[in-house]
Ligand binder design. Structure first.
Ligand code: UGA
Length: 441
């Protein structure tokens, strides 16, 4: 099949590379000329395990090419995949400016029957609106399919190839058959439904994942206040197959470009129709509070943050990505700096120059350098390499050995054995000890 993928972000690039790998004739187009220039030079705009190899291989085999020219990319294609970003707008609804600009260009540049597959996350009702718009005043047929994508950054290639399910919303039996054939290589349950349901499945899935994370973080806060080991609690709760283990990792809360955005999007859509969506508002509130909570803990244990040296291990919103969108690290570092703290960061992949300009930090080449002379260290990304740290060496190099594990990455016992103070509520009586260490400096 001759396929044009619009948008060279996570979803677009991964879809393009894999469809090319399935020997379709794929062109990936993006209006960002620099991005295309980089791709043509063999440089990927994102860090995503396994993607570089897949792109290189299929470019060599000539199944995959890149261009910034929309008209040229659309010429003669049998299917167009829309994978442009739909970032949040001020009012909580997704911003569909780029999405509609792209859709409008189809009517101008396509002159044959074509399938338009929407992979961008769009409000419920959008596929119908797209179909109405595209099929107005044309003699050929635009068959719109809503095929939401469930891949995660960091494991995108694997997730695309091994999804828990495939969701396809389409209104014609012939297109449904073509979709079955296209996705035949995927061995997973395939849900064929209508446009509205397919769109809602995406919002319902992301907001449920967000709900699960805010739920476990509330339980974590209760454990901290009342006693109880959240890791044991989460593991045991998750063993109930009705609940499941996934998305019960407590910590600093969710970040990235999707869970908060889609939960917010669902709130906005519900409010337009007078549906009570308070539950989702609480999910977002709990999530934000997790970030504030870390700064409060630091302030409580160190007395205040003025001139205190804080080491931050991990900037990315999660491991195996270089993405800083809505990363908890950005909010937390900004708050520490506002309170007068001095921040030194280390992340194995993210360059600290990608932090917003107003955030001024120093950067270390390794975790030990970040922690040298620090009054506290905060882990904000669950990078696997942190698990190999020599915790005793780290502890000895610090001015005050305060450890906040924002990802529950380390076993508590291991941290305590290395001599760290863990600023949790039950260890309240240790805080004056820490503060005297700092004032004796
Ligand atoms: C999320 C969904 O998981 C994908 O299914 C979806 O396709 C994607 O959004 C999207 O809509 O494009 P992603 O944002 O890449 O994927 O990342 P996740 O792995 O879901 O993690 C989101 C955030 O939740 C991260 O900050 C992560 O650290 C946090 N998280 C995740 C937890 O705090 N606890 C957990 O148990 C799981």
């Amino acid at each position: 099949m001759k396929i044009c993928v619009v948008g060279a972000g996570y979803v677009g690039l991964v879809s393009a590379a894999i469809l090319a790998d399935w020997q379709h004739d794929v062109v990936c187009v993006d209006h960002n000329e620099q991005k295309i220039e980089d791709l043509l030079a063999g440089k990927l705009p994102i860090f995503e395990p396994g993607l570089q190899e897949l792109v290189e291989l299929n470019r060599r085999r000539q199944y995959l090419r890149f261009t910034a020219e929309m008209a040229e990319a659309l010429r003669g294609c049998e299917m167009i995949i829309v994978a442009v970003g739909t970032p949040p707008a001020e009012n909580g609804h997704p911003n569909l400016e780029d999405f509609w600009a792209v859709v409008k260009s189809f009517r101008e540049n396509v002159g044959n029957n074509v399938i338009v597959m929407i992979k961008s996350t769009v409000p419920v009702g959008t596929s119908e609106a797209v179909s109405l718009y595209l099929n107005e005043k044309v003699s050929y047929k635009f068959s719109v399919v809503s095929a939401p994508e469930f891949l995660r950054q960091g494991t995108a290639v694997h997730d695309f190839l091994h999804p828990d399910r495939l969701v396809v919303g389409c209104m014609s039996p012939e297109i449904r058959e073509q979709m079955k054939e296209l996705f035949q290589p995927l061995d997973c349950p395939k849900v064929f439904t209508d446009w509205h349901s397919a769109e809602m499945i995406k919002y319902a899935s992301n907001s449920f994942l967000a709900l699960k994370i805010s739920y476990i973080n509330t339980i974590a806060n209760l454990c901290e206040a009342l006693g109880g080991n959240i890791q044991d609690v989460a593991a045991a709760v998750g063993l109930d197959h009705r609940i499941g283990q996934a998305y019960l990792k407590p910590g600093v809360g969710f970040g990235g470009s999707c869970l908060a955005k889609d939960t917010q999007g669902l709130i906005a859509q519900g409010e337009v129709h007078g549906v009570n969506v308070w539950m989702f508002k609480d999910v977002l509130e709990v999530n934000y509070e997790q970030r504030v909570h870390i700064v409060q803990r630091l302030t409580e244990v160190l007395g205040n943050l003025k001139g205190r040296k804080i080491a931050i291990l991990g900037l990315a919103f999660k491991a195996n990505t270089d993405d800083l969108r809505d990363a908890p690290s950005v909010t937390i570092i900004a708050q520490i700096i506002k309170l007068g703290g001095l921040v030194k960061v280390y992340d194995p992949v993210v360059d600290s120059s990608s932090l917003p300009n107003i955030i001024s930090v120093s950067t270390a080449d390794n975790p030990y350098a970040a922690c040298q002379g620090a009054d506290a260290v905060v882990v904000l990304t669950e990078w696997e390499e942190f698990l190999d740290l020599d915790l005793k060496r780290l502890q000895k190099s610090m001015n005050a050995p305060v450890f906040i594990d924002g990802r529950y990455l380390f076993e508590r016992k291991r941290l305590l054995e290395a001599g760290f103070f863990l600023p949790e509520r039950p260890s309240f009586n240790e805080w004056p000890v820490v503060q005297s260490m700092i004032s004796a400096r």
